[in-house]
Write a protein that binds this ligand. Structure first.
Ligand SMILES: *[C@@H]1O[C@H](CO)[C@@H](O)[C@H](O)[C@H]1NC(C)=O
Ligand SMILES: *[C@@H]1O[C@H](CO)[C@@H](O)[C@H](O)[C@H]1NC(C)=O
Length: 198
């Protein structure tokens, strides 16, 4: 009896329509100006930068209860603390929460060289941005002695050499080069190969 009553009421109800006013933070939608939207009509839409579609919807439908989803575009989310990076740190002390669009700057430890853009940005709850701290090479006197080599230039007399730096070696007195490694070597992310003399 009750269900009959309800359907009778619904049949009397004027035709269902949904608002054709563009909802907040919708960048684009397939509703034309002045278009009348009736029940079961579907529109595809996109959100403004940083906003996300509710529950990953691709479109919205007009129902008896209005648009579904009711909120087309959700506010961007905050981010937690940004992740640490190996051999580097942030240039400022960290907060517990960051707003969408916030930046955090990173720098590498002494002698390390940064590869990539030194910032991460909070985008809708996720940190965006990649950088790496490339390791310096340590040139060990004992290792050089065992390879019978020394630095060619006095100004090369350094134990640390940053990524991409070159060092030129020479054989120690009375020794001659063996093997195929060149005497000029480049530091590649912490690895510098040593030529050998005998
Ligand atoms: C609306 O979205 C649903 C689910 O994502 C999809 O199956 C359907 O094809 C879409 N309709 C239109 C008109 O794009
Ligand atoms: C360094 O020179 C000595 C003497 O000539 C030789 O015995 C030794 O093998 C050399 N070292 C290397 C790594 O070849």
């Amino acid at each position: 009896k009750l269900s009959i009553h309800i359907s009778w009421l619904l049949s009397l109800h004027p035709e269902v329509t949904c608002s054709n006013r563009r909802p907040p933070h919708v960048n684009y939608w397939t509703v034309k100006w002045g278009q009348q939207i009736k029940m079961d009509d579907t529109v595809t839409y996109s959100c403004q930068w940083g906003y996300k579609k509710t529950d990953g919807a691709t479109n919205a439908s007009c129902t008896r209860n209005g648009w579904v989803p009711n909120i087309f575009c959700q506010d961007p989310s905050d981010c937690e603390k940004p992740p640490p990076i190996a051999d580097g740190d942030t240039t400022h002390s960290l907060l517990n929460k960051y707003r969408h669009g916030d930046w955090v700057q990173y720098s590498c430890q002494n002698f390390y060289i940064m590869e990539g853009y030194p910032y991460k940005r909070c985008i809708n709850g996720e940190w965006d941005g990649q950088m790496t701290c490339l390791k310096p090479c340590t040139v060990d006197r004992a290792a050089m002695n065992s390879h019978n080599i020394t630095f060619r230039y006095k100004r090369d007399d350094k134990m640390y050499s940053p990524h991409n730096d070159h060092i030129t070696f020479v054989c120690t007195r009375g020794k001659t080069q063996v093997g195929t490694l060149e005497m000029r070597q480049r530091c590649v992310d912490g690895v510098m190969q040593l030529p050998t003399c005998q």
